[in-house]
Write a protein that binds this ligand. Structure first.
Ligand code: PEP
Ligand code: MN
Length: 373
């Protein structure tokens, strides 16, 4: 407990001194340490190489926060200074995303839909916006069946340059109009920082796809806005790498990050990816950020969406993002993993029961007050 509150204290000091990445190491002085003694240690540490030692004066103790190449530091040598109480490594690579520094869950409010709290958020809609009729029909149905948010891609990351690339700005307009018509916040994937203006205008949650999880310049741009970001796990990314990518956004000042487990690539060919359900409790343990699951891209198979959605909620997910298409056979993208609106309706009924067992709720946004089903 003392350790946790001490780390929190150091973190707050680190934030206070505007060192974006946080300290890698801290030297804690005895209350009796004089200014000259502290300066001597600071000069010594900085002489070791590319290290900056930032003094932070607390009420009774002074701390030196170290950033830079701290690998060259020999803790034993520093402990030889009489004025030093102890030296500590700040081991966590991710700071702002870390639950140690932020014990309470982050709850993101997207026009009344709360993601990360007791509610389980249901985002549904087609892989891509294809036409006004299509997005309108799907939006109307998923809304009627209780989904809280609408998804729809306008810029599609396709493996083949000859495959449908999405409708671009026109797609975003259609998604926006459908969202407005059914009073649903909308989610869509951004591919390039140049598109940011239109996303800021038309979209409620900006999605970063698996392929861009480590597009650090894009992440930094998204860190400079306040709109919620749905950050999907890269298909070859570890959980820590996902959290480090979230850290890029948080470090720039945007605290509204939702993580998404969407399966990783393994040697198993039966499914498009392997859904790493174990990432949910791990992320919930190590981070305060909400985590949702995409059973559609995780499996690539419409008939696996139901069992994986159920499992995700049972494992503690804060929400689901599900591909729903009015005519999956004719879909321009990902028809094989899209469920029909009718299946979505049935699925949602079952998910409500599982949510209840978990002490959580799936609000029915079709009901005027958003009351539980
Ligand atoms: C998508 O959500 O449409 C998508 C392309 O997902 P991912 O980035 O997870 O592949
Ligand atoms: Mn898709």
């Amino acid at each position: 407990m003392y350790q946790a509150s001490f780390i929190l204290y150091i973190y707050q000091l680190s934030a206070y001194t505007k060192i974006k990445g946080g300290f890698k190491m801290v030297i804690i002085f005895k209350p009796s340490a004089s200014k000259q003694e502290i300066l001597k240690v600071k000069t010594y540490v900085e002489s070791l190489g590319n290290i900056t030692a930032q003094p932070i004066e607390g009420q009774s103790t002074t701390i030196l926060g170290l950033v830079g190449d701290t690998a060259s530091i020999d803790a034993e040598a520093i402990n030889l200074y009489d004025c030093v109480d102890r030296i500590m490594k700040v081991a966590e690579a991710y700071k702002k995303a870390n639950r140690k520094f932020h014990p309470d869950n982050t709850v993101i409010d997207v026009r009344g839909r709360k993601i990360g709290g007791n509610e389980i958020a249901i985002i549904a809609g087609p892989c891509s916006v294809e036409s006004q009729e299509q997005i309108d029909e799907v939006a109307g149905k998923v809304c009627a069946y209780g989904a809280g948010l609408l998804r729809g891609g306008a810029y599609k990351p396709r493996t083949s340059p000859y495959a449908f690339q999405g409708m671009g700005p026109q797609g975003l307009e259609l998604l926006y109009a459908a969202g407005k018509k059914y009073d649903m916040p909308v989610v869509s994937e951004i591919m390039h920082p140049n598109h940011l203006d239109i996303f800021l205008e038309k979209v409620d949650i900006i999605q970063v796809g698996a392929r861009n999880m480590q597009n650090f310049e894009l992440l930094k741009e998204l860190g400079r806005i306040q709109k919620p970001i749905l950050l999907k796990r890269g298909f070859a990314a570890t959980i820590e790498e996902l959290l480090m990518s979230a850290e890029y956004i948080l470090a720039e000042g945007n605290p509204n990050v939702i993580l998404c487990e969407r399966g990783i690539r393994t040697f198993e060919p039966s499914t498009r990816n392997s859904l790493d359900l174990s990432s949910i409790p791990i992320i919930k343990r190590n981070s305060h950020l909400p985590v949702i699951v995409d059973p559609s891209h995780a499996t690539g198979l419409w008939w696996m969406v139901e069992p994986m959605s159920k499992a995700a909620i049972a494992a503690g997910a804060d929400g689901l993002i599900i591909e729903v298409h009015n005519n999956p056979q004719m879909a321009k993208c990902d028809g094989q993993q899209s469920i029909t609106p009718a299946s979505f309706e049935e699925l949602l009924k079952k998910l409500c029961v599982i949510a209840q067992v978990e002490g959580r709720e799936i609000k029915n946004w079709a009901a005027p007050t958003g009351t539980p089903q």
